[in-house]
Design a protein around this ligand. Structure first.
Ligand SMILES: Cc1cc2nc3c(=O)[nH]c(=O)nc-3n(C[C@H](O)[C@H](O)[C@H](O)COP(=O)(O)OP(=O)(O)OC[C@H]3O[C@@H](n4cnc5c(N)ncnc54)[C@H](O)[C@@H]3O)c2cc1C
Length: 558
């Protein structure tokens, strides 16, 4: 059996930052990742990372307040304060590690303005910020001799006496299933974007960590809070970064009108994402769209700016639509992008399960509440990644390894063998996955209502039933990606079930959860998080109060 003091599942920004922190505390640390580390979805982050740097007269409290307001008062304010206070140091630290942040004309770190914020406080590397950060963190992790189990897929958590004592994982290359013992496990597995179709997320973003923690007894919180990004490409859902609007791009309807002036007269295109997505969807519904889209217009920004600061999205527009952003507006629509909810943790990444931590998009601290501000997720990954790494290492260093049976991997081995043994019944992972994605995209999107969510919940139940008999066509052991897809689908279906259950529970509109049948925010009854815990009969839903420190809820306008 392999063993490490701290095992981090995931090599995105949260996982690498967590592993670095744990290793620097002196813990023997390993990362397990189903893809090569720099292929993690963090690599796709374009726009930037928020921080209020005091040397330019910015103030963490302004950033915290913008985040609280952005969250529609559902974010826990103690956690938001921690994140905003630690942001400046986190960005400077990344700079010192070697992230080549773009600079302004004076040679200082440059900023751009992102939605829902009065000030420009988003630091960036052109429109490849995630890639730049991820590569630098990977170097740091290698420098600390962190062991990386690359292309290993975690299939379950090892739970003994209510404590997490490691993970079971499959080496995808050989198909071998191994137990890896640990004193602390940190889940940093990212979001669940691919439960929706389409989505801006990479194909590997399948909610595995949430799906692992949930049956082990951890609560999934705020799962109804799904962010639709206002600017995804027509049809395929590829992201066009908010940085385009941050640099000054306009949103136009079919009449050529900058419609955001109706919905957010002060912040216009840079209102919060939920607000902008809802405005676009309204324009489209009321007949002022074209083919289900509105337009993003960058022409007035000029070719030079587009080719230097937004060159990646210009390439995307050329490749997919044959449009040069300097010449033509591009058709865009709101598309699934991010989940605010996830595994409930405290500000040290700890779950109530001893030995189990979570950070990054798979976790819900909660700093994003009902709606995440653009560029706050990268910040979340590094701040709470570091904190969870430190806390997990501290726990590990003060205790011996817990006892783990030699047969810890046995159950997963038999489960996987039985999956491979199933007879072909004409069904397939691809079909179930597509049906799930389209169901969620139809009923738990920018707008929701009771009937639709009930329909979705029922459809997901039926898909779960089909999943129980679903065959895996490829039977081999070596690099069986069909098997990996099947396991991922299981995690996504569990997440989908909690998304529906949480959506049906919240009887109001808040943030990204906008119910056409209950269109107002109800602070009297719903300043609460919705949690789901696993039971054999489906999610057990509960609520817990939001933590307030200093900002009382007021009406949210932009
Ligand atoms: C296109 C796009 C652009 C974005 N742009 C921005 C931006 O500009 N600013 C911003 O703040 N946010 C942005 N976001 C959001 C942000 O990038 C993500 O929320 C964040 O990077 C998630 O990081 P993470 O470390 O939590 O997870 P990820 O980067 O998704 O990494 C997950 C890791 O977990 C591993 N893993 C998962 N399941 C398993 C398993 N079963 N076994 C083993 N390993 C597993 C994967 O291999 C991977 O290494 C963007 C998101 C997208 C999709």
């Amino acid at each position: 059996m392999y063993e490490h003091d701290v095992v981090v599942v995931g090599a995105g920004l949260a996982g690498m930052r967590a592993a670095l922190a744990a290793a620097q505390q002196g813990a023997d640390t390993a990362i397990i990742t189903k893809v090569h580390p720099v292929r993690s979805h963090s690599n796709a982050a374009q726009g930037g990372i928020n921080a209020a740097l005091t040397d330019r007269g910015d103030d963490w409290e302004d950033h915290a307040y913008a985040t609280v307001k952005g969250s529609d008062y559902l974010g826990d304010q103690d956690a938001i304060e921690v994140m905003a206070q630690e942001a400046g140091a986190a960005v400077i630290e990344l700079e010192h590690m070697g992230v080549i942040f773009s600079r302004d004309e004076t040679g200082h770190l440059g900023t751009r303005r992102f939605g829902g914020q009065e000030r420009a406080r988003t630091f960036f590397v052109a429109d490849i910020t995630g890639q730049a950060m991820l590569h630098v963190l990977y170097e740091q992790v290698m420098k600390e001799n962190v062991r990386v189990y690359e292309e290993w897929f975690v299939t379950s958590l090892i739970m003994v006496d209510g404590e997490c004592r490691g993970v079971v994982a499959m080496d995808i290359m050989s198909g071998k299933i191994e137990a890896i013992r640990a004193k602390s496990v940190i889940l940093c597995t990212g979001g669940v974007g691919r439960a929706y179709e389409p989505s801006t997320n990479g194909l590997i973003v399948t909610g595995d960590g949430m799906g692992l923690a949930y049956p082990a007894g951890a609560a999934l919180m705020d799962m109804e809070m799904i962010q639709y990004h206002p600017t995804t490409l027509k049809g395929n859902g590829v992201l066009i970064t908010e940085a385009a609007r941050g640099e000054g791009a306009y949103l136009l309807n079919s009449e050529g009108d900058r419609f955001m002036k109706t919905y957010a007269p002060n912040m216009l295109e840079l209102a919060s994402r939920d607000v902008v997505s809802r405005s676009e969807a309204t324009e489209i519904q009321e007949g002022r769209g074209v083919d289900g889209c509105v337009f993003l217009d960058l022409r007035h920004l000029g070719r030079e700016l587009i080719e230097t600061k937004l060159s990646y999205i210009n390439e995307v527009a050329l490749d997919y639509m044959n449009i040069n952003l300097a010449d033509e507006p591009i058709p865009i629509q709101p598309g699934m992008h991010y989940i605010m909810g996830g595994i409930k943790t405290d500000v040290w990444g700890a779950t109530p399960i001893p030995g189990l931590y979570a950070a990054g998009e798979c976790a819900c601290v909660s700093v994003h509440g009902g709606n995440r501000l653009g560029a706050n997720s990268l910040l979340d990954t590094v701040v709470f990644g570091r904190r969870s790494g430190e806390a997990a290492a501290a726990r590990a260093l003060e205790r011996p390894f817990g006892r783990v049976s030699e047969h810890a991997a046995y159950l997963d081995e038999t489960r996987i063998i039985s999956l491979l043994d199933r007879k072909d019944n004409g069904d397939s992972v691809a079909k179930v996955r597509l049906a799930m994605g389209e169901t969620l995209n139809e009923h738990l999107a920018v707008f929701r209502e009771e009937q639709g969510m009930q329909t979705a919940a029922k459809a997901i139940q039926q898909l779960k039933e089909r999943y129980r008999y679903m065959p895996v066509k490829a039977k081999g052991k070596v690099f069986n990606t069909a098997l990996v897809f099947a396991l991922e689908l299981g995690f996504m279906l569990d997440c989908a079930e909690t998304i529906c259950a949480s959506g049906l529970t919240r009887k109001e509109s808040r943030g990204a959860h906008y119910r056409t049948d209950m269109p107002t925010r109800d602070d009297e009854n719903w300043l609460k998080h919705v949690t789901c815990t696993w039971s054999p009969d489906g999610p057990v839903v509960d609520t817990i109060p939001v933590t307030f420190t200093r900002w009382e809820p007021v009406e949210r306008t932009y």
